[in-house]
Design a protein around this ligand. Structure first.
Ligand code: ATP
Length: 337
């Protein structure tokens, strides 16, 4: 488990101070795939560097598995860092060394027996699907292949935490998806806790179970991914969610809505457990429903949907129908025409 308690970081350079982190508290549980999203300069890299203590907080506490990292001796810190793998946007491979050697680096540094290194490196290369590239050099590989090697190297010392610093930002969408699938496989096969920093909401949407949104050194919203996507509270979070989920009626559809006298317009957010609800509402209350607009989106293995419907019926009946939906924990909001 990773815990940050009231962590702040101020950089001082040439007499000017930059507050990179301001009173950040965060808990990442064992087995989480935790995403941190924010625009450039929000403090994401500073935050991730706090976790492996490459950067010391100006104030506040970083706890790994309940232990305060600032109390560690250099030796204990080195041991903790071995437990934390990291992958980078530009892969950080040594171009003058073979793929085998690149993956072996953490093991060579730990003075591991040569035979053990050989077995472990080949096992890791097989895991990332690149065992045939052992004798190649990094510049003979594609970006996606380089990141797979970065991942194999990060896993070499059997870490229980993997930090990913914009790990897919240099890759095309298809390669990004294959790397995200590999990260998911690592999380499931080895129960490794993964922390991902990114500026792309689609990354969070595809693999994270929890998310924190950062702005100007602060966490402005945090929670379960489904909840944050389904009901974002902060305006910046809403903007990030809108980059992947369309929940507003497109203008060309809005223009064509037939405004029937006495009808009312509602926006409904639903999930994959609410398939029968509209049917039940029609059956129970006898209201007429016109579907104006609907979208469905996958969030990891779940679905969330948005629908805009026109309800036609006596005012009291429409109110009852809307209350019925609300009691099923469906978010219902009346819209103006
Ligand atoms: N070593 C440093 N010295 C001085 N200022 C720094 C240093 N590292 C980061 N900063 C400043 O701290 C703030 C947060 O930077 P950080 O790199 O953590 O943001 P980020 O969200 O990761 O941005 P990006 O997505 O562009 O990498 C920025 O204003 C940055 O200029």
């Amino acid at each position: 488990m990773i815990q940050l308690e009231h962590v702040s970081k101020t950089y001082k350079r040439n007499g000017t101070e930059t507050i990179a982190l301001n009173n950040v508290s965060l808990q990442i549980n064992k087995g989480d795939i935790f995403g941190v999203i924010g625009f450039s300069g929000a403090g994401k890299s500073t935050l991730i560097r706090m976790v492996n203590y490459l950067e010391k907080p100006t104030s506040g506490t970083v706890l790994i598995d309940g232990n305060d990292v600032s109390d560690y001796t250099m030796q204990e810190l080195r041991k903790t860092r071995k437990n934390i793998g990291m992958i980078f946007q530009h892969f950080n491979l040594l171009n003058s060394k073979t793929i085998f050697h690149n993956v072996a680096i953490p093991l060579i540094l730990a003075k591991t027996d040569k035979k053990v290194i050989k077995e472990r490196v080949m096992e890791l290369l097989q895991f990332v699907g690149l065992e045939e590239k052992a004798t190649n050099y990094p510049n003979e590989l594609s970006g996606g292949q380089k990141q797979r090697i970065g991942i194999a190297r990060a896993l070499a010392s059997n870490p229980s935490i993997l930090l990913c610093d914009e790990a897919t930002s240099a890759l095309d969408p298809q390669t990004t998806d294959s790397i995200l699938q590999l990260l998911q496989k690592i999380n499931q096969a080895y129960n490794i806790t993964i922390m991902i920093i990114t500026h792309e909401m689609s990354i969070i949407q595809k693999i994270c179970n929890r998310v924190a949104v950062m702005e100007k050194g602060e966490i402005i919203e945090e929670g379960n991914v489904l909840e944050v996507f389904g009901n974002p509270k902060h305006s910046s979070t809403k903007n990030f969610v809108r980059t992947v989920l369309q929940d507003e009626i497109p203008e060309n559809i809005r223009k064509k809505i037939n405004v029937i006298p006495g009808s009312r317009l509602f926006k409904i957010d639903f999930n994959d457990e609410s398939n029968e609800l509209i049917n039940d509402m029609i059956r129970n209350f006898g209201v007429t429903v016109n579907l104006i607009y609907a979208t469905m989106n996958e969030i990891k293995t779940n679905t969330i949907g948005h629908m805009v419907i026109q309800l036609i019926g006596a005012s009291a009946t429409v109110n009852q129908a809307v209350s019925f939906l609300s009691t099923k924990e469906i978010y219902v909001k009346e819209l103006a025409y």
